[in-house]
Design a protein around this ligand. Structure first.
Ligand code: ATP
Ligand code: MG
Length: 553
């Protein structure tokens, strides 16, 4: 049953209890002009969530009234993303374009009833005539056309007799209204282009503000939930439905949109990043799109949990992206198997082991969940991470140093006896001694503090590891007039092509997620990881490395 845990659910509960509605119907209405982003996830979780909790229905409706900016690619991506988040829409997919005939017929009705007229001013004249916040608009010279003339012109607009921009259909409301949206808003314009759903059936297309209330009403939507920027459009939404009494009248309710620091959530800007090839596509793992987050390794649960935590209100604010990162870390901590991967390998030779030493060590796939075991072949030659050895250790360094000891995770304590360098002075190999009395046991006579991860040189697998970081280095890349693209974090992607991973990962498939011990959470790249080439994306580190910089913006 639905709990009144925010003002929208409170309203829905009240409408059920008062008997106003017996079945709740919501809708998620994306325009297919880009991929969905994390902001849309908030709206999806709200619309589908409310419907689910109230045992109602939630429609997926494409608000497709701008054919020039829309495409089937976006439609397919949006459907995939909604499903992936774990939601399903009621019945068939809806399209506003599926209602074009009814929307047209209601326009004819509005004309007949004197509520709409064909305006033949130029677009500039219409804009100027609309006035400003402080100045009322002025009536169009065409405002008093007869119903017959309006019907004739509108029919000819539809028949394709006029060029784009020659005429528009406008509602006749009030050019002096304080709310500019009520100053005879445009209902229809001429656009002689094909539509991805209706082909060349139409050369006039209805405006969003006119289409939306009618689409909602035709679908029997009870609560039309939208973001706050539509608050000023609600009087128009209501006015239109008041003029069309044969239709039910859904209640529009606005909530604040999701803004995230270090992130842009505007399809227009995300499209710019894609078009200008500043990222590798809509699903680039640095993108805040659902497709990008998925490829990065985010789970649907973590995104839904994030939306739950930020909640629904009318207060504008900016959420902290580290909360999103926290949510995926929290989910993967309890669901991702562990593995060892050496991102920047340094060879270790255990001089007291024979050339053909091959020991089978097993380790749990997860420290607390029953995920079975994996095999870690232990051999004379291993790799550890370069960062886990220091010739001249900084203060507090607990890993391997010349003459020092460290524990190899799940295996033995080793001591570094010799550092081998190449002609250029670069360390190429460590010659070490393994204390064979220390498997699963501490040395009796001394304490060894550090633990490092490792893989067998011979049995490990080559892998490419992509270390992703935040796409923007500024907390508010979207602010003011600054060009958001100037804040791109130059270090947002580091590709490590020499990484080595433990052999159990040979069976990993696209999308599989792991905790690479001591490194973070990684997933198998769904596109570039193919037979013979393993590619892992870092989803998130083990800890919040942005620290206080990631604080509330
Ligand atoms: P953008 O501003 O990114 O272009 P939009 O609002 O134009 O987004 P739509 O496809 O119209 O994109 O959005 C579909 C639904 O998602 C709308 O109901 C819209 O209010 C909601 N939505 C869009 N962005 C956000 C956001 N940042 N937070 C919450 N809801 C959002
Ligand atoms: Mg929109």
């Amino acid at each position: 049953m639905i709990e009144p845990r925010d003002f929208i659910r409170t309203r829905v509960v009240a409408d059920i209890e008062s008997g106003k509605h017996t079945q709740i119907v919501t809708r998620f209405p994306p325009e297919p002009n880009g991929y969905l982003h994390i902001g849309h996830a908030k709206s999806i979780c709200l619309n589908f969530g409310v419907a689910e909790e109230a045992q109602g229905l939630c429609n997926l409706r494409f608000d497709d009234t701008n054919p020039e900016k829309e495409s089937q690619e976006y439609i397919d991506a949006i459907k995939r993303d909604v499903h992936w988040l774990g939601f399903d829409w009621a019945g068939d997919i809806r399209y506003a374009s599926g209602y074009f005939q009814q929307i047209h017929d209601f326009a004819v009705q509005l004309i007949r009833d004197g509520h709409a007229y064909v305006d033949s001013q130029t677009p500039e004249q219409i804009r100027e005539g609309r006035g400003t916040l402080s100045q009322p608009g002025i009536n169009s010279p065409y405002r008093e056309r007869s119903v017959a003339e309006n019907l004739d012109l509108f029919a000819r607009m539809k028949a394709g007799e006029f060029a784009d921009g020659a005429h528009v259909l406008r509602a006749r409301i009030d050019m002096a209204a304080g709310n500019i949206n009520l100053r005879d808003p445009i209902l229809y314009r001429i656009r002689k282009i094909a539509h991805h759903q209706t082909g060349n059936d139409w050369c006039i297309y209805p405006m969003y503000d006119y289409t939306h209330p009618i689409s909602d009403a035709l679908e029997g939507i009870t609560h039309s939930l939208c973001t706050l920027e539509f608050e000023d459009h609600r009087p128009l939404y209501d006015w239109l439905l008041d003029q069309l009494p044969s239709l039910p009248h859904p209640q529009q309710i606005e909530f604040s949109r999701l803004n995230l620091n270090y992130t842009v959530t505007s399809k227009r800007k995300l499209k710019q990043l894609v078009d200008e090839q500043l990222v590798q596509g809509w699903d680039d793992p640095r993108m805040p799109t659902i497709a990008g987050l998925r490829r990065r390794g985010y789970t649907p649960e973590s995104i839904r949990n994030f939306c739950e935590k930020i909640g629904i209100s009318k207060t504008e604010g900016t959420s902290d992206v580290s909360l999103l990162e926290f949510c995926v870390r929290e989910h993967l901590e309890g669901s991702a198997p562990r593995a060892m991967a050496v991102l920047r390998p340094l060879k270790v030779v255990l001089t007291n082991l024979g050339e053909d030493h091959h020991e089978v060590i097993t380790a749990a796939r997860h420290p607390s969940l029953d995920m079975g075991e994996r095999v870690l072949p232990f051999t004379r030659e291993l790799f550890i991470d370069r960062a886990d050895f220091a010739e001249v250790p900084p203060k507090g360094f607990k890993r391997l140093v010349p003459g020092g000891e460290v524990r190899l995770r799940n295996a033995y304590v080793i001591r570094c006896d010799e550092v081998i360098k190449d002609a250029a002075g670069e360390i190429v190999e460590l010659r070490c001694h393994a204390d064979l009395a220390t498997l699963g046991a501490n040395p009796v006579d001394r304490k060894v503090k550090g633990v490092v991860h490792w893989v067998s040189a011979e049995h490990s697998l080559a892998a490419e590891v992509r270390l992703y970081d935040r796409l923007f280095s500024d907390a508010a890349p979207d602010r003011g007039d600054a060009d958001f693209k100037s804040f791109i974090n130059a270090a947002s992607l580091e590709v490590l092509s020499q990484a080595r991973v433990e052999p159990s990962l040979a069976t990993a498939v696209a999308g599989d997620r792991f905790q690479f011990e001591r490194e973070g959470y990684f997933c198998v790249d769904a596109i570039d990881s193919v037979a013979g080439k393993l590619v892992f994306n870092r989803t998130v580190g083990l800890k919040d490395s942005w620290g206080s910089k990631g604080g509330q913006a």
